[in-house]
Design a protein around this ligand. Structure first.
Ligand SMILES: *Cc1c(COP(=O)(O)O)cnc(C)c1O
Length: 423
């Protein structure tokens, strides 16, 4: 359930008229609904109540401090993938014992930071990484928990850029290598190798790939147990899909029904890492129509948001629902098909292609739905565009949670060397 609804032809976020926010804060503008965010988190939490998992929200989906704090206040932990995300987690005051850290390319500096912070565990993706963490932990005279990220080699039926659980992907460790690691785990005196992690991809709408992966993993856990190797944690990753267009993704409850029997069989503390499922439909991007342009072959709506603000359409051919903020007649009668494009100097700079849209005019606002995950976090300054403002709506109030960048922010870290200045 999301709290973006049309009331008497105007779009509202919770009890705030979105048009007023666009006028007050300018565009491009990211708007998040607090209650939608929390609703999605609680839906998952409730569906798995019987096994009380630790739900580690995936920071990379939407890493704003306010979002992290809001979820942590409801009991969420965090799934991080970099030292920068650890820094954010600390700044948001998150309990380090609720943080898990995955990445194929952790640096010495990042590992050191995470060890010093005392995170719950590392999700380790290779043997050299295991050796490095052991070495650094030795140097710091600490011991840390580790989960082995297994690549279960399943087909998650999603866009090939966002599959992560096939053997051709760079992620995780195959079962045979993992078996050797567990059998020799005493060779790593500064590690407690006590968990298994999988994360098979993103925007997965069905339960079958999860079931296939978990069946393999549960069998593996059983084999280890028979060899006297007991574990503590099973981290099942994230990847739950949401509705962007006409998908019919499994609900949290349907998902839990399918996987709970396997999770009970594993009989370990369950960790989950949802990102998109929690944040995706709790955010929108509001943009303004700059021009409507007709060419001999096409109609374009040129808006003030580009691929630097929302790269998903360009990067993955992702679909986002787009509508005017105000409706004239209670319905949006399709007028023509348009390409909705940004101002950036790339033909790949589009939000939608060949999209049937009602008649729009210069100065109208459009809303791009389902932008709460992988929207702002993937934004950039390309074309020296300042990044958008982010606003969090709580009932009838809107709070700025990230100010619009200023032009001076663009050059803040740049230096013209003295030889160019004629000294
Ligand atoms: C990105 C990522 C997630 C979250 O994926 P969603 O599709 O947003 O749920 C979870 N775990 C890991 C390791 C990730 O890299």
């Amino acid at each position: 359930m999301h709290k973006f609804n049309y009331k008497s032809n105007n779009l509202y976020c919770e009890d705030v008229k979105v048009q007023e926010l666009a006028e007050r804060f300018g565009t491009p503008l990211y708007i998040y609904s607090y209650h939608t965010l929390i609703d999605h988190f609680l839906k998952l939490k409730n569906a798995f109540k019987s096994i009380d998992p630790l739900i580690c929200y995936s920071v990379k989906a939407n890493s704003n401090l306010a979002i992290l704090k809001a979820l942590a206040d409801k009991g969420a932990g965090l799934d991080i993938v970099s030292g920068g995300e650890l820094y954010r987690a600390k700044k948001a005051g998150i309990d380090p014992k609720k943080i898990v850290y995955a990445s194929v390319g952790k640096t010495e500096e990042e590992i050191t930071q995470a060890l010093k912070a005392g995170i719950l565990f590392f999700n380790v993706e290779s043997i050299p990484e295991l050796e490095l963490i052991n070495k650094i932990a030795c140097r710091l005279a600490v011991k840390t928990n580790v989960a082995i990220r297994i690549n279960p080699d399943v087909e998650p039926k999603t866009h090939h850029y966002i599959t992560t659980g096939k053997l051709t992907n760079k992620f995780g460790i195959d079962f045979e290598t993992a078996r050797i690691i567990f059998l020799t785990r005493n060779d790593f005196p500064h590690l407690d190798i006590c968990g298994i992690h999988i994360h098979i991809g993103s925007q997965i709408t069905q339960s079958s790939p999860y079931v296939a992966a978990l069946e393999k993993v549960v069998r593996f856990i059983g084999q280890l147990a028979r060899k006297g190797i007991d574990l503590k944690y099973l981290n099942i990753g994230g990847g739950l899909g949401i509705i962007y267009d006409k998908e019919t993704p499994q609900t949290a409850r349907e998902f839990s029904k399918k996987v709970l029997p396997l999770l009970r069989q594993a009989n370990l503390k369950i960790i989950m890492e949802p990102g998109r499922f929690i944040a995706g439909n709790s955010g929108i991007l509001v943009t303004k129509v700059l021009f409507v342009k007709k060419t001999p072959l096409k109609n374009f709506i040129i808006v003030d948001s580009g691929m630097n603000d929302l790269i998903r359409p360009s990067l993955y051919g992702a679909y986002h629902d787009i509508s005017p903020l105000t409706r004239t007649d209670g319905k949006n009668h399709i007028h023509l098909k348009y390409d909705i494009v940004g101002p950036i100097c790339e033909s790949g700079d589009f939000l939608a292609k060949g999209r049937g849209m009602p008649k729009v005019a210069e100065g109208d606002y459009l809303v791009v739905f389902s932008c709460g995950a992988y929207g702002f976090t993937m934004s950039s300054n390309y074309n020296s565009r300042t990044r958008a403002e982010e606003v969090l709506v709580f009932k009838d109030e809107a709070f700025v949670i990230r100010k619009r960048e200023r032009q001076k922010d663009l050059i803040r870290n740049e230096i013209i060397p003295s030889f160019l200045l004629g000294f």
